[in-house]
Design a protein around this ligand. Structure first.
Ligand SMILES: *Cc1c(COP(=O)(O)O)cnc(C)c1O
Length: 404
């Protein structure tokens, strides 16, 4: 069914050693590893048909343009998006959020309200704070619970006619909580507010149907879903993308330029100024094909097994506490061991070849809520194994012995 040995063989980096030990890579929430199929797409592009796109009449330019636009269609189909021109290539999630926040400056006035959640990554907080400073709009926060879920009753109470925009992540990168975005979107629409969902952490685990969700904007990064860094997607409903002003000016995004007036290109080019990350876009398409070949149901089932197993094994360690215990969560485990700094655990695990993340995970408000400096975060992908969970657990026990 899910042939983990052959899947792991697709990832050259998983064969390497770190500090004399086989690499155990459990930092997938920060970035995923890349299969040979994606690496090949990158090498193939630069070896055979590297050229600038959209303007050239020559063969290489046409081949590159075709491959780039096929990747856009792959993304469109994967996310069940109505039109290819509603897929905007970006440099990643952070870029996509800034693009929308910047555009909303033209729509907001003093006293308008925008709503963020307490579970956000800094990249889904700071651009909106900048927007509020510019426009005089007020930032409201959906509070979180001890379990690391959103307080949905409080959310309902925050919504009003003043609410113009709600932005939440689909899955929290710090805790793994899956947020009830269907409900969040439905309630926001009832008061006429638009919704942006940060899908950076979600798209390696699940396959969102953006038409069914009826979301206004959805952003993600290729590098968290087996694609390269520096490329991502912004989905926007056509009506919104038409209204939203361009973010950056330059080549590719214009229809006609004179010194008196410039008219902008049609979608999606209006938002794609300059030479894009052509190779990245093509490789993003290859990554999506790779994931779909495995199948998201199989990926979710395997990751769920790892999550349950790792949760039980870790909780058996004396003094270990897990943050983020909601019922709906993905394979991210944030934890601390009593009286030990997360950084020290991370350092010892690295000596054993085990890669985890330590710190605030770009989500300082969550750490503030729990009154902790940070956590150790082990995040599992479909290519991780139960044996690797065992190594993690043994490593944490060893760190505990050494440090207490
Ligand atoms: C990783 C991540 C981001 C930032 O993505 P970039 O690729 O660094 O732009 C934002 N939000 C969440 C939930 C993330 O996991």
């Amino acid at each position: 069914m899910f042939d983990i040995t052959s899947i792991r063989a697709d990832f050259p980096i998983l064969q390497r050693e770190v500090n004399g030990k086989p690499l155990v890579y459990l930092d997938n929430a920060a970035t995923s590893q890349k299969p040979q199929q994606v690496i090949d797409a990158i090498v193939d592009y630069y070896s055979r048909y590297n050229a600038n796109i959209h303007r050239g009449v020559h063969t290489l330019s046409q081949e590159a343009t075709d491959a780039y636009e096929i990747a856009r269609k792959t993304i469109q189909e994967h996310f069940n998006i109505a039109h290819p021109y509603e897929v905007i290539f970006t440099a990643g999630t952070t870029h996509g959020i800034n693009l929308v926040a910047n555009g909303f400056a033209s729509f907001l006035k003093k006293g308008d309200e925008v709503i963020v959640s307490a579970l956000e990554h800094h990249s889904n907080i700071v651009p909106w704070q900048m927007l509020c400073e510019k426009t005089g709009a007020v930032l409201k926060v959906i509070p979180m619970t001890q379990e690391g879920t959103l307080a949905m009753d409080a959310y309902s109470g925050l919504l009003s006619e003043k609410t113009k925009l709600v932005f939440v992540n689909h899955i929290s990168n710090a805790l793994g909580t899956i947020n009830p975005i269907e409900k969040i979107i439905e309630l926001a629409h009832q008061v006429g507010a638009a919704v942006l969902v940060d899908g950076a952490q979600a798209c390696s685990h699940i396959k969102p149907d953006l038409t069914a969700l009826d979301v206004d904007f959805y952003v993600t990064s290729a590098h968290k879903m087996c694609g390269p860094t520096g490329v991502g997607m912004l989905y926007g409903k056509e009506e919104w993308l038409k209204k939203l002003p361009p973010y950056q000016g330059g080549g590719e995004m214009i229809s006609e330029v004179t010194f008196e007036k410039t008219t902008y290109a049609d979608l999606p080019h209006k938002f794609e100024a300059g030479t894009p990350n052509i190779c990245g876009g093509i490789a993003f398409g290859a990554a999506i094909e790779y994931l779909n070949h495995l199948g998201f149901d199989a990926i979710a089932a395997h990751e769920h097994t790892l999550l349950e197993y790792a949760t039980n094994e870790l909780l058996a360690i004396d003094g270990l506490k897990i943050y983020g215990t909601g019922r709906e969560k993905t394979s991210v485990i944030s934890f601390n061991v009593e009286n030990i700094h997360p950084y020290d655990i991370g350092t010892i695990l690295d000596k054993l070849g085990i890669a985890v993340r330590t710190g605030h995970h770009c989500a300082q408000p969550i750490m503030e809520f729990y009154k902790i400096p940070g956590t150790v975060r082990a995040s599992f992908a479909f290519y991780n194994t139960k044996e690797e969970v065992d190594q993690l657990v043994a490593g944490v026990k060893r760190a505990q012995q050494m440090l207490s």
